[in-house]
Design a binder for this molecule. Structure first.
Ligand SMILES: Nc1ncnc2c1ncn2[C@@H]1O[C@H](COP(=O)(O)OP(=O)(O)O)[C@@H](O)[C@H]1O
Ligand SMILES: O=C(O)C1=C[C@@H](OP(=O)(O)O)[C@@H](O)[C@H](O)C1
Ligand SMILES: [Mg+2]
Length: 189
């Protein structure tokens, strides 16, 4: 399938841990016939499991590599890019995202609870995962809101299935950009 007429060059998914960025991004790319890049997967291909790298080299190493992977992903075209939840904290990444079509998957703790308890893959949730998730999300929420072109409430019962979320993203692409918070952003071609 060729990309839809109104598909932006890139669609970038942001949001807190376990919101569904990787799952939804992959399916969205399939539906649109675009490539899919998940910056965490790219990191793990090069460096191994994120949790192990946090232990051995520390979070700063991960963040620097992550920022470089985001920049190289955003240099590509016809791609859906799912970021890790903390990628938006990097100033350079945030700056790059002001020019992108950014979909924020907004959620709440009850929706993600089943996916974050006993989570061995996310080092920031290794202790008291539910409290840690809430604390981290509280700190980042305003950044997600500021960078979002579109916001999708994935906690709403009507849209919990990944396919339904993909459908809402596709609906958003078809709509005029009157709800955009960033007039300077690229409009879908
Ligand atoms: N809409 C959804 N409905 C059901 N399960 C979901 C949904 N979105 C994500 N999941 C599940 O939640 C977990 C985290 O999803 P993931 O895509 O890795 O989130 P993120 O990339 O935002 O951290 C996975 O086990 C995934 O299968
Ligand atoms: O929010 C964060 O700081 C992180 C989120 C993770 O990605 P997901 O949001 O895909 O879980 C991963 O990048 C790493 O564990 C750190
Ligand atoms: Mg992910």
């Amino acid at each position: 399938m060729t990309p839809a007429a109104r598909t932006p060059e890139r669609i970038v998914l942001i949001g807190p841990m376990a919101a569904g960025k990787s799952t939804v991004g992959s399916r969205l790319a399939q539906r649109l016939g675009l490539e899919f890049v998940d910056t965490d997967h790219e990191f793990e291909k090069k460096h191994g499991p994120i949790s192990r790298v946090f232990e051995s080299l520390g979070e700063p190493f991960f963040r620097e590599a992550e920022a470089r992977l985001v920049a190289s992903s955003l240099a590509r075209r016809d791609v859906v890019v799912s970021l890790g939840g903390g990628a938006v904290l990097d100033a350079g990444t945030a700056q790059l995202l002001t020019r992108e079509y950014v979909v924020y998957l907004q959620t709440d703790v009850e929706t993600v609870r089943p996916f974050i308890t006993r989570d061995r893959r996310r080092p920031l949730l290794s202790e008291n995962p539910v409290e840690a998730w809430e604390r981290v999300y509280d700190r980042r929420r305003s950044t997600y809101e500021r960078l979002a072109t579109r916001t999708i409430d994935v906690a709403s019962v009507e849209v919990r299935r990944p396919e339904a979320i993909v459908g809402l993203i596709l609906d958003g692409l078809a709509e005029p950009d009157t709800t955009d918070q960033h007039e300077s952003k690229e409009t879908p071609r």
